[in-house]
Design a protein around this ligand. Structure first.
Ligand code: PLP
Length: 358
C-alpha cells in the first residue's frame, strides 16, 4: 500500500482490517451468514468503503435504513441483497424508488404488502414486532395478514431485540414470541433473523439463518463474551499552544481556571466535527502517549487540552478517539464521559472530517 496521506487538521481513521476481523469474529460465533448493518453511512464510517471491505467475509447482504443509502451502494457496484429495515410510507413513488435501487423491503402491514404485490412482488421480509413497538406486525397479530402472506409469501422474517445487552431475560421473551409468530405463518420463510450485536455476543451458534451485527463491527462492545477491535479513531492536530499563569481562564464562559502555571494546547477539532460540546471539562485526549484532560468548553472548531509538563509542540497529533501506542480512548469511553450512547458518538462524526481508510 502507498503511504497514507493524512489531512493536516483533523480526520477519522477507519481500520478496515479490524472491521473485517470483527465481522469474522461474529461469523465464527454465530456460524450463520452475516447481514451487516451499514445504515447511516455505516454508523458514520462510510458505507461504500465498509461494504467493499466486508465483501471479503462473503455476507448474505447488507442492511440499510433509507432508499438513498441502498442507491449509493448500488452505484458503487454492490450487487448483494440490500434489506431496507425501516418501514416506508407505502405509496407508488416509494415503491418505484425501492425497485430502482433493487432493495428487499421489510414490510409489516397489509397495505404495504398489497402494494408490493400489485407492483410486481419480488423478495421481501416480514417485519415482526416482538416488544419494541417501533415497526412491524405484532407477534400475536400475524394471523391478520394471512391472506397477504398466502398470496405473496415473504422470503424472510425477522424481529429486532430491544435490550439484549441488559441480560434481563427480555431477549428470550422476544425470541419466544418471534418463534410463535413464525409458526403461525402460512409458509415458513426460508430466512429468519433476529440477532443484533449484543445478541451475537451472547449466542453461539445462532438459531437463525442470518445474524445482523451493527455496532460491534465498528468496534463497540456490548458487554458479552466477544470483544471487538477498535475500528474508528479521531485525530486532531495541535495548532496552537498557550502558557497560562494561575488565574488565567480557558474558553467560552471561562469555565476552567488555571491553578498553577499551565501549558494549554489547542486541537483543531470541535463540536462541528462531532466532538460533542458536552465533553468540555470532561473528555480526555492522548498526546505524546499521555492522557490529558479537555479544559474549558469544546468550541465549534477547536478544543483545548491541558498538556502541562509534556513536551507537546505545534504539529503534534492528538487522539480524541482510538488507540495511540499502549493507550486507547474507546468510543464507549467518550460516550460515558458525554452521557451519550456510543452509537451517537459514531454517527455524530461529521462530514467535515476526512475519512482515512487503513
Ligand atoms: C441497527 C440494527 C441492527 C444492528 O444493531 P446493533 O445494535 O448496532 O448491532 C440490527 N437490526 C436492525 C433491524 C437494526 O435496525
Amino acid at each position: 500500500m502507498p503511504p497514507v496521506e493524512f489531512p493536516d487538521r483533523a480526520w477519522v481513521e477507519v481500520d478496515l482490517g479490524a472491521l473485517v476481523r470483527n465481522a469474522q469474529a461474529c461469523g465464527r460465533r454465530s456460524r450463520a451468514p452475516l447481514l451487516p448493518m451499514i445504515k447511516a453511512d455505516a454508523y458514520g464510517l462510510g458505507a461504500v468503503p465498509v461494504a467493499r471491505a466486508l465483501e471479503s467475509v462473503d455476507p448474505w447482504g447488507y442492511g440499510v435504513a433509507t432508499i438513498a443509502e441502498a442507491d449509493e451502494l448500488r452505484r458503487a457496484g454492490i450487487s448483494r441483497p440490500i434489506l431496507l429495515v425501516a418501514p416506508m410510507e407505502p405509496n407508488a413513488r416509494v415503491i418505484k424508488a425501492m425497485r430502482a435501487a433493487r432493495v428487499t423491503p421489510a414490510l409489516g402491514d397489509a397495505t404495504s404488502i398489497r402494494l408490493w404485490m400489485m407492483t410486481g412482488a419480488g423478495d421481501w421480509h416480514l417485519s415482526i414486532d416482538t416488544g419494541m413497538h417501533r415497526a412491524g406486525v405484532r407477534w400475536d397479530a400475524v394471523d391478520s395478514l394471512a391472506d397477504e402472506l398466502r398470496s405473496c409469501p415473504p422470503s424472510g422474517a425477522f424481529t429486532h431485540l430491544h435490550s439484549a445487552e441488559l441480560d434481563d431475560g427480555s431477549m428470550q421473551v422476544q425470541l419466544d414470541r418471534f418463534e410463535s409468530a413464525v409458526a403461525r405463518l402460512p409458509v415458513r420463510p426460508a430466512l429468519l433473523h433476529a440477532e443484533n450485536s449484543a445478541a451475537i455476543e451472547r449466542t453461539s451458534p445462532s438459531a437463525f439463518g442470518l445474524a445482523r451485527p451493527g455496532v460491534f463491527l465498528y468496534g463497540v462492545p456490548n458487554g458479552g463474551a466477544l470483544v471487538p477491535e477498535s475500528v474508528a479513531s479521531m485525530r486532531a492536530a495541535v495548532v496552537d499552544i498557550h502558557d497560562l499563569n494561575p488565574g488565567d481562564t480557558v474558553g467560552y464562559d471561562a469555565t476552567w481556571t488555571a491553578t498553577r502555571p499551565s501549558r494549554i494546547a489547542t486541537l483543531a477539532a470541535g463540536y462541528a466535527d462531532g466532538y460533542r460540546r458536552v465533553l468540555g471539562n470532561k473528555g480526555t485526549a492522548l498526546v505524546r502517549g499521555a492522557r490529558v484532560p479537555v479544559v474549558g468548553t469544546v468550541t465549534m472548531d477547536m478544543t483545548m487540552v491541558d498538556v502541562t509538563g509534556l513536551a507537546c509542540e505545534r504539529g503534534d497529533i492528538a487522539t480524541l478517539i482510538g488507540p495511540d501506542g499502549d493507550e486507547v480512548i474507546t468510543v464507549s469511553d467518550v460516550a460515558a464521559a458525554a452521557g451519550l450512547s456510543p452509537y451517537e458518538i459514531l454517527t455524530s462524526l461529521r462530514a467535515r472530517l476526512p475519512r482515512v481508510y487503513l
